[in-house]
Design a protein around this ligand. Structure first.
Ligand SMILES: Nc1ncnc2c1ncn2[C@@H]1O[C@H](COP(=O)(O)OP(=O)(O)OP(=O)(O)O)[C@@H](O)[C@H]1O
Ligand SMILES: [Mg+2]
Length: 578
């Protein structure tokens, strides 16, 4: 509960450079009187300005500064909350805003708006609107609760029931959720990105695997072809080598022998030819000569005949021998011809063996080359390994983000549920529903005290129905001004009672500025006094009224405002009531 102690102001509206001080706690009831414009309502502006930085009447801050002095406007209010003493100092020209707690000024490092927020939300826990419904009711600006729109009625009641904390919580949750929504968007975006990356990586891996496999297969096929060729050539070489082994020696030997024979036969033929020529020469000598020129003796006929016969026989013999040699030479030539072919065959096999050996060598070299290619392709498996590692990293990352998304989604859903609960239709409605019967009961009790016998009911949409005996349900506007005044009073005190119960906007102070003057006839006064008498000991009520003469003597204290020489001043006459 806020216990207001003192309020003072200077250079504020019609007040000059001297402090006007009002003790807010000393008397339970104070009647405030004075002529029009004497400075009574200024009290409301001073309090409103001290707490909220704006006047009670609807004017700008600079308009609050006393127009004659034009500067050093200053307002101070002191109050206690529990055992803590607070003092708020505000000034215009120059600007001052200080909150003092138990003699120490609260750190002003924050922005003025934030500083005001600290005051409203953490200290007095009261906003401008509720303050003017429950604490300070001005004639000019007071709109009775019943004439407020439903949303404003809700604000006042939420303040009273101290449930606007749920609206604040809802605001925080909404803010949080919009942050979470952003984060969700970010994670979705990251997941999309990773999904695309994973797809490309998979394709890349598929491609390099495919290319490698295909290329290795082609290389292996090439090696197979080489090996097949080598096998064929080896087989052919073996066959050729066998042939060479089997035939070469004999063929060469035979060839050599035949060659020798041919040479010998040639010699024989030559020799026999030479012998024949000699024999023919001898025969010719004996044919032509009967006398030997050498020994110069005659050659006997008989000798000549014998010699001729011998020559002829010898020639015949030699001719036969030549024929035989020629026959043998012909046979030898045929044999040589045959063996020459065999020899050529052997030579051809030998050439093949050499050529196959060269080809096999070349094929082995080719296989080595291909194997190197395969090794190089296998080295690309390294790239594949890295690609697979990268893919796994991406999958891990995806998992982390999916987990994160789950957490965010859970928090988001949880906040949504909380949000539902904190909405106007959630917990707040529950609390309001719980308190409505209490509010209605209190209002009806106050109405009875005011001798107004109607049954008032406020529903959860803050719409009222008022029933009186033998009448239909009425709304507030159906009633007369005096009746409306009773309803307003009943509500006002019901709110204050609720505030006290809830320890929310409870204060010791109640200022009524001509609030009920308009309909303050004799009954009105009685009604007001009745209600004031129901207020607890710790309430300090200030009634500003022009009906001083009717109210005179019924208050503990009397404050009179005057404005001599253009500046307002106040005088106090305590203890009016005996
Ligand atoms: N900036 C200002 N400087 C000086 N005087 C001002 C300034 N603003 C308003 N006033 C005057 O201050 C006076 C005090 O006004 P206030 O509302 O307190 O009077 P009141 O006693 O409540 O009168 P009423 O009975 O008519 O309601 C008025 O005469 C008003 O014209
Ligand atoms: Mg006034």
């Amino acid at each position: 509960m806020i216990v207001f102690k003192t309020l003072r102001w200077k250079n504020f509206l019609s007040t000059g450079n001297n402090w006007t001080t009002v003790d807010l706690q000393k008397y339970r009831s104070t009647l405030v009187v004075g002529h029009n414009g004497s400075g009574k309502s200024t009290m409301l502006d001073a309090l409103s300005f001290a707490l909220f930085g704006k006047g009670h009447r609807n004017i700008s801050k600079t308009q609050l500064v006393n127009s004659i002095n034009g500067k050093n406007s200053l307002v101070e209010v002191e109050f206690n909350i529990g055992r803590t003493a607070f003092k708020i100092i505000r000034g215009i020209k120059p600007n001052v805003f200080e909150i003092w707690q138990d003699g120490t000024m609260i750190n002003q490092s924050s922005h003025a708006k934030e500083y005001q927020k600290i005051l409203e939300q953490n200290i007095i826990k009261l906003n401008h609107k509720s303050f003017h419904q429950i604490v300070v009711l001005g004639s000019s600006s007071f709109i009775p609760f019943m004439q407020l729109q439903a949303s404003h009625r809700r604000d006042v009641i939420e303040d009273l029931l101290d449930i606007n904390i749920f609206s604040k919580m809802n605001g925080i949750i909404k803010e949080k959720n919009s942050g979470l929504k952003e984060r969700l968007k970010d994670t979705e975006y990251s997941l999309d990105l990773l999904k695309n990356k994973i797809e490309s990586q998979k394709k890349y891996i598929r491609d390099i695997t495919q290319i490698n496999d295909d290329e290795v297969k082609v290389k292996r096929d090439q090696i197979d072809e080489c090996n097949t060729e080598i096998s064929e050539l080896t087989f052919k070489t073996e066959k050729a080598t066998t042939h060479i082994t089997e035939h070469k020696h004999n063929v060469e030997k035979l060839y050599g022998e035949l060659h020798n024979t041919r040479d010998k036969l040639g010699q024989y033929k030559h020799e026999f030819g030479t012998q024949i020529k000699r024999v023919v020469k001898d025969a010719k000598f004996y044919e032509d000569n009967t006398h030997c020129p050498t020994c110069d003796q005659d050659i006997l006929e008989e000798t000549r005949t014998i010699k001729l016969k011998e020559s002829t026989d010898k020639a015949k013999e030699l001719q036969a021998a030549i024929s035989k040699v020629e026959e043998e030479a012909t046979a030898n030539t045929e044999q040589l011809h045959t063996i020459q072919k065999d020899l050529e065959e052997v030579r051809a096999y030998e050439t093949c063996v050499v050529s196959h050996a060269n080809t096999i060598k070349r094929l082995h070299k080719q296989i080595d080359g291909i194997n190197k290619d395969i090794e190089r392709l296998s080295a690309r498996e390294g790239d594949l390994g890295q690609a697979n590692t990268d893919l796994n990293d991406m999958r891990d990352q995806t998992e982390i983000i999916v987990d994160e998304r789950t957490v965010i989604n859970e928090e988001y859903a949880y906040n949504n549920v909380m949000g539902e609960m904190l909405k106007d239709t959630g917990i707040k409605t529950k609390v309001i529903k719980q308190y409505l019967p209490v509010i209605n009961k209190l209002v009806n009790q106050y109405l009875q005290t005011l001798d107004f016998f109607v049954h008032f009911n406020l529903d959860e949409n803050f719409a009222e129905t008022i029933r009186s005996r033998h009448r239909d349900a009425f709304s507030y506007d159906s009633f007369s001004e005096g009746e409306k005044q009773r309803i307003d009073l009943a509500l006002l005190f019901a709110w204050r009672m609720i505030a006290k119960m809830k320890n929310s906007v409870a204060t010791n102070l109640l200022v009524l500025d001509e609030t009920f003057d308009s309909s303050l006839d004799h009954d009105g006064v009685e009604n007001l006094m009745k209600i004031l008498n129901t207020l607890s000991e710790d309430t300090n009520v200030f009634v500003i009224s022009h009906k001083g003469e009717i109210l005179e003597g019924r208050f503990e204290n009397r404050l009179e405002f005057r404005k001599p020489k253009n500046f307002s001043e106040v005088s106090e006459m305590g203890l009016q009531v005996a």
